[in-house]
Design a protein around this ligand. Sequence first.
Ligand code: GLN
Length: 309
Amino acid sequence: MSKLDCVVKEIADEMRQRPDRGAVADYIAELAHIDPKAFGLAVIDADGELACGGDCDTSFSIQSISKVFTLTLALGKVGDRLWQRVGREPSGSPFNSIVQLERERGIPRNPFINAGAIAVTDVILSGHQPREALGEILRFMQFLADDPSITIDSAVAASEDRTGFRNRALANYMKSFGVLENPVDFILGVYFHHCAIAMSCRQLALAGRFLAHQGRNPSTGLSVVQPERARRINAIMLTCGHYDGSGEFAYRVGLPGKSGVGGGILAIAPGKASVAVWSPGLDASGNSHLGRIALEALTNRMGWSIFGG
Ligand code: GLN
């Protein structure tokens, strides 16, 4: 067994035994049923070696992790003009906060808080029907993970739609400032569905590989984005990927990462590995509690923090 294999198995065992698991998101009813004892970890290194621990083949709702991929698509579509519609500063506020939008005239702080991701979804939707835009996002995920079986969990999307009052408020508020081009219902329909994409840790780690290797999948040689763009997406993941918990994540884990309320985290060790972890219980900022602890253990044991040490 390689060192990476041993470390991944060790961490999965340690996490299984921990009693502190955080609280499963319950504002989306479908997510409230998920077993808080689940835990999965998948790591793919630069040579394509895959190390898997725990429930690494169980699908979960990727939720806000999808925002990394919608950002990539929107940048591909409109390039740096995207930054006229959304900022790239950490918000220091919860993922679903509305407070900054009034002062900043409807321009969300960054593409990873809900308001910012809704603005990014609007960019992807322009010129398309919602169904086409959603198809483009799903096909992109399937392409990156090299797995056409990846689907959207429509029960999760419907459940979020039923209780999506805050996201409706955010979108309507932005619309009032003229920041969104498309009808709010269309944008939210696409947003709720891309958040409801279901993937396993293994699939997600595969999908994130281009970010670890200067925009290219080293196994296929296929380029997804230019190196400069991969570097910048990683920078935004580091500063904004965990909302008001981004500082703590950088301090403890030291990698660009993006969390979702389904309990998943995608983390990138540039030049080294793409990592996906899943534990459904969340901390107070809505980030996976054990997911973060597992990643901290992984970067410590592998020496992967981007800050050295
Ligand atoms: N779909 C979720 C929402 O809009 C995503 C939030 C998250 O994963 N942090 O509330």
